[in-house]
Design a binder for this molecule. Structure first.
Ligand code: KQY
Length: 364
């Protein structure tokens, strides 16, 4: 039943499960804003169809769509993808959507974080964001799940958990002045503990170079299973990502997780630098208050930004020389999952990737 609870999830015995635990479905939001997606979002819409179709091999997918795009999206998406009308400001449901929590009885509820478009009026990426901020309560209402309204600004892409008490994040993002400037690191940790039921936070210093989210953790690393993570990597000492990944590696190799385990860290080599072309830049409408897409800007490309699904993983590929080795390495890391690559340059051009445009709902 939909209702908003005053307690915290921890008080009620709920925890955030790992992404590798069973899902009941994945949520997505349909892209349409022409100041973020080039050519009226037509190429991005095709890429979103490819991602939704790939995920739907493994588990149900629901696509939230504005009233303006409902007929177009319904026509482009395969029948097995459920389409619901869901107003939004853009299509990053990892960040504006609910974070689901579960209890030992198999019940599922959702956390509705405050959302301010990655930094609000300080350094946010667009204005307004009020429709995005209402997405969690609408999703939870559709699913008839209980809701917790959390007292901090947070995006789902800025956290990963192992489901056994450990949370991974970056200082660059969670301590950024555009999110919760009045809260100390310890106060943020306390809210994460109360709402996600975690006991230990592992803080990486920074996220991927040039990531417009202020370094979301989901672009630099992900959790395979408790005690085992994947880190984006480069061997090129002249690449700015080299120092960032090395710094993160040192933290991961030094820290223990909530259960006292040392971590196994897989290095996943990033694609070669991907830059915005003139044609791509010219396809995006310039609007005051929205981050411009300039020719020559480097995109924050990483294979780590994939979604784990039931018995599979859906991974971005870029027509890059590292694509095949990335897919092969992931097949070895996940021997029981089918690894599916989806060409994702159009999603990357919008500022994120497959993990950022999806939100898994656990089975509970
Ligand atoms: O999680 C993400 N990577 C979202 C990026 C937002 C981009 C808005 N232009």
């Amino acid at each position: 039943m939909y209702q908003t609870f005053d307690n915290t999830p921890k008080q009620d015995g709920f925890r955030m499960p790992g992404e590798f635990e069973p899902h009941s479905k994945t949520w997505m939001l349909w892209p349409e804003r022409p100041d973020n997606w080039r050519l009226g979002a037509k190429p991005a819409q095709k890429a979103f169809v490819d991602v939704a179709t790939a995920i739907s091999q493994f588990e149900p997918v629901t696509m939230g769509v504005s009233n303006r795009q409902f007929i177009n999206a319904r026509g482009m998406l395969p029948n097995q993808v459920r389409v619901v009308e869901l107003s939004n400001d853009d299509s990053w449901i990892r960040d504006c959507g609910p974070t689901f929590v579960v209890n030992d009885k198999g019940e599922v509820r959702g956390i509705d974080w405050e959302f301010n478009a990655w930094g609000g009026l300080v350094n946010g990426l667009y204005f307004p964001w009020d429709q995005d901020d209402m997405v969690p309560q609408k999703v939870l209402n559709i699913e008839e799940k209980g809701r917790y309204r959390a007292p901090i600004v947070l995006e789902g892409g800025s956290i990963h958990v192992d489901g056994e008490g450990t949370l991974y994040t970056t200082e660059e993002c969670l301590l950024d002045e555009g999110r919760n400037p009045t809260l100390s690191k310890a106060e943020i940790e306390a809210v994460l503990a109360d709402y996600l039921n975690i006991e230990k936070v592992i803080w990486l210093p920074r996220g991927v170079f040039n990531d417009e989210t202020n370094g979301h953790v989901d672009n630099i690393m992900t959790v395979v299973r408790p005690g085992e993570v994947i880190l984006t990597w480069t061997d090129d000492k002249n690449d700015p990502q080299y120092e960032i990944s090395n710094e993160a590696y040192d933290v991961l190799m030094t820290e223990k997780d909530a259960r006292g385990r040392s971590l196994k860290v897989h290095k996943l080599h990033q694609p070669n630098p991907i830059l915005i072309t003139k044609e791509e830049s010219e396809g995006v409408d310039a609007v005051e208050g929205t981050l411009p897409r300039l020719e020559g800007d480097r995109l924050a490309a990483s294979y780590v930004n994939f979604l784990i699904v039931n018995k599979g993983a859906v991974v971005p590929v870029f027509n890059d020389e590292h694509d095949q080795s990335a897919l092969q390495q992931l097949s070895e890391i996940f021997p029981d999952r089918k690894i599916v690559g989806v060409y994702a340059r159009e999603i990357l051009l919008g500022g994120g990737n497959i993990h950022c445009i999806t939100q898994q709902q656990p089975l509970g």
